[in-house]
Design a protein around this ligand. Sequence first.
Ligand SMILES: [Zn+2]
Length: 367
Amino acid sequence: MTNDAIPTPSAFDDAALDKAFAAVSRQAQDEAAQLATPDAIEAYRLRWVGRKQGRLNDVSAWLKAAPPSAKKSVGERFKVLKDLVDGLLEQASGAGPNPAALAAEAIDITLPGTRRLTGAEHPITRTLNEIVSVFAALGYSVGVGPEVETDFYNFESMNFPPGHPARDTQDTLVVANQERRPLRDRLLLRTHTSPVQMRTMEQQPPPVRIVIPGKVHRNDAQDATHSPIFHQVEGLCVDTNITFSDLKGTLDHAMKALFGSSVKTRFFPSFFPFTEPSADVQISCIFCGGKGCRKCKQSGWIELLGCGMVDPAVFQFAREKQPAYDPKKISGFAFGMGVERIAMMKYGISEIGQFYAGDMRFLGQFA
Ligand SMILES: [Zn+2]
C-alpha cells in the first residue's frame, strides 16, 4: 500500500482523464485483492472512502480543478470509480456474491419444502353459509346481533313474559350479579337468535326479510346430539298479506334446495311463544327416502325446524319504536333451525362434539 497523494491530472481531455482514472481504479483493485482480515478491510475502507482523508476525496477534488467544459466527463468517471470501490468493499466484507459464501448457503432444491395446509371452511360454517345463501336467493338479507343479550330482547319481547313456563324450555346461562337491575335489563347469553328479530324490527319499518345466523348458548349437558353452544339460523318475513301458505312454500323450497328436490315436507301443530299458530316441520327421511330406517326411527320422517306466524304480541313490542308494525295491517312468519343438526344429517355425523374438538383428522375430511 502506498501513501502517495493522488496527483491532479495535468490535462482534462478524454484521453488524459481515462488514463488518470484507470490508474486509480487499478490501484483500488490491486489493494482490494490483498484484503484478508476484517482489520485490513476497515483500513481499506478508511483509506479509500473515509470522510476526511479518503482517496476518493482527492479524486473528487479533480472536479473543482477541471474547467467547466470537462466537469461532466470527470463526474461520470468519478461515479464509475466510486461504484467500483463500493463493490470491492462489499465483496471483501462478504456482503457481495463471494463464491465460497454462495456455496455454503446453497439450497438443495430437491428436498421437499415446508407444506402449508390449505385453509377450508369448518363444516358448521359451510352449512351455515349454505342455509343463508338459499334464503339470500329469495331476497333475504342477513341480520346479526349480540351474543350477550338482555332479558327483554331474548325473552320478554319474544312473548316469554316473566315467570312464563316456556322460559324453562330454554335453560339459560345468566351473567352474574345482575339482581339489582330490573328483570328486563338483566344480561344473559342468548338462548336463540330470535332477539335479532326484535332488534331489526325496531330499526326498520316493514317489509322485512332477514335470516339471522349465529351462535347461541344453553345450560345443556353435552351428549351425542346436545352442546351448550350451538348455531341457529332464524328467519323473519314481515309484509302485508303474508299468509301461512307463504311460510309453507318458502320452507318447502328451502328444504328442497338444501337436501335435494325429491325431499317432501310436512307441518305439525306445535307451540312457540313468539308465533301463533306454530308448527314443527318434518322432511321425508333423506337416508331411506321415506320407507323407514334406523335414522328416522322407521317413521320415514325427520323433524328439522320450528316455525309459525309471528304472534301479534311480538308486533306490539316492535310498535313501541316502529308504529308501522300494526298487527291489523301487517303479518309475518318466522322460522328457526339448528345448524349442527342439519350439518350432522348432511355429512352423516353422529357425535356433535366432533365439530368442536379441533381434531384435524375429522376436519380434514371437509377440506
Ligand atoms: Zn329413514
